[in-house]
Design a binder for this molecule. Sequence first.
Ligand code: C2E
Ligand code: CA
Ligand code: CA
Length: 569
Amino acid sequence: MALGLSRAKAAKAVPAESAAVVLRPDEIAGIAASIELIPVPLALVGRPDHAVVVAAANRAFRAAGLGNTAGEAPVIVALGDRIATFLAGEAVNDDFTWEFGDAVDCRHFRVTLARRSPASSYCFATLVDHTGELRTARNLRREMITDSLTGLPNRSGFSELLEERIAEGGGARYAVLIIDLDRFSRVNACMGSMAGDELLITLARRLKGALRASDMLARTGGDEFGILLALEESEAEAEQVVRRIQETLATPFRMSDFEIRVSCSIGIAFGSDAVEDSEDLIRHAHFAVKRSKTSGQAEYYQTQALDIAREQFGIETELRRAIENGAMRLTYHPICDLATGQVVAFESLARWTDDHGHEHSPADFIPVAEESGLIVPLGRWAIEEAARTLRSWDVRAGGECGVRVAVNLSAIQLQRDDIAPVVEQALLRNQLAGSRFTLELTESALISDPERVAETMHQLKSLGATLAMDDFGTGYSNLAYLQKLPIDVLKMDRSFVTGMLADRDKVAIVRAILSLAQALGKETTAEGIETNELAQTLAALGCTYGQGFVYAKPLEADEAYAYLVASRA
Ligand code: C2E
Ligand code: CA
Ligand code: CA
């Protein structure tokens, strides 16, 4: 208060006739000294001759570059009219905000104009710089809507972008695309989260490269990306973008010694005037993603997908119950010697028929089992069940029935469970020699903890079991392990085999795998043989074993035994 009064007195001391009520610094030295104690820019402005001028200013005001008592003060240039209006009026105070500077260096002030007395032609302008405060608030907001790993908008940021788009209207002109990486948790589990992060960053960069400038990419979840797609002309543009995304992900990612193939499920929901908010649209796209997971291709949202999503949600609970209640069974798929056509083994393949009589494919429930940890009890059950069945065949045959049984081991199962003792116990309980068992592993099993898996493999080997590398050619193409690990058989993936005769590239891959196997002294099995012609060609190329619908579809245990008896007859 005291300060204000002294300033007011100083102002009054200015001669009324003085046209440009400008105090020279020495004349206001006293005021400046006292005003300096106030940490905000402050000026005394007046309008003696209808021109508003700065009559006195404290150091903070001058330091802020808002002007001084000589020349054109920015504050007057910008606010002169407002101050003049204030001075001409009756109000005692006027509060407002003011931005000063350009886009690069913009400062934000809260301005208060205060008049000492109604008749006074001077007022105090107090300018409080709250740029820092605003900036902090803005940074905080930015942080809240940005994914720190990729720098992309996060889930909240994506929702905001969508809200803005929805508010613009023109429903049919945009779409939401959700990309869910398949089994990404595996990369983290197997290679560590640092590698997972690195992969995500590279992936984000690639995805961005597949988009147009008008599309917006966000990371909407740990292993999920969202895209707000601008549709300039038609919905077909979404398809083109999907194709580009699939193409860009088809090239494997190089991570240290491994090449990682990333596959994803893509769900698309088109904007429409019926869409109420961003959550609607994101949920719709998620429903489509769920369908994409089963179909293996990009899916568009349809209303009935809602029911399917509900069904998927229940899968884990039901699967748990099915394992507990013994509602799972194994089917047996013959593996034949390609040269003689004789069955040498049966691969056990899990089947699950739920309470509603619906049969689920292992392609659907194995991933659920892996993600939920149910793969451990499921895997143990499969080992025991396969051994039990083989024993029952031996009993029926009145001695060793002459085939092996193959059991699939998932990478997650190998990580979470100690498999060798489980196999050993199953063999013992069912009076089977270790040589009666084949265990099928995929390449992905090796990247987690290669030493631990190698040890498990050696243990299994010392039991006398055969080891097969399943889906060979599709995974992490590090061939060094092939030499080091006790692998007996390479199972060429079905994708190279089926339709191979009409595809030169596939033939080339199959030949390469066969000669590699030969060089390493390993046997080979071709999966997915659907025609006799293919079986003959593969035999001619030197492949050892074959498996596929040409021999039989996966059979129930009794049917398999009958098949075995018939093939030996
Ligand atoms: P996989 O080990 O590669 O098994 C071969 C799959 O290809 C089986 O599908 C089989 O029915 C199918 N198949 C075989 N020959 C042909 C053919 O000529 N044409 C066609 N179109 N398909 C053929 P399925 O039974 O659906 O199994 C899918 C995958 O589920 C298996 O692939 C395996 O990775 C996994 N799986 C199945 N049972 C188990 C299990 O008990 N434990 C674990 N961990 N995974 C399992
Ligand atoms: Ca297999
Ligand atoms: Ca396979």
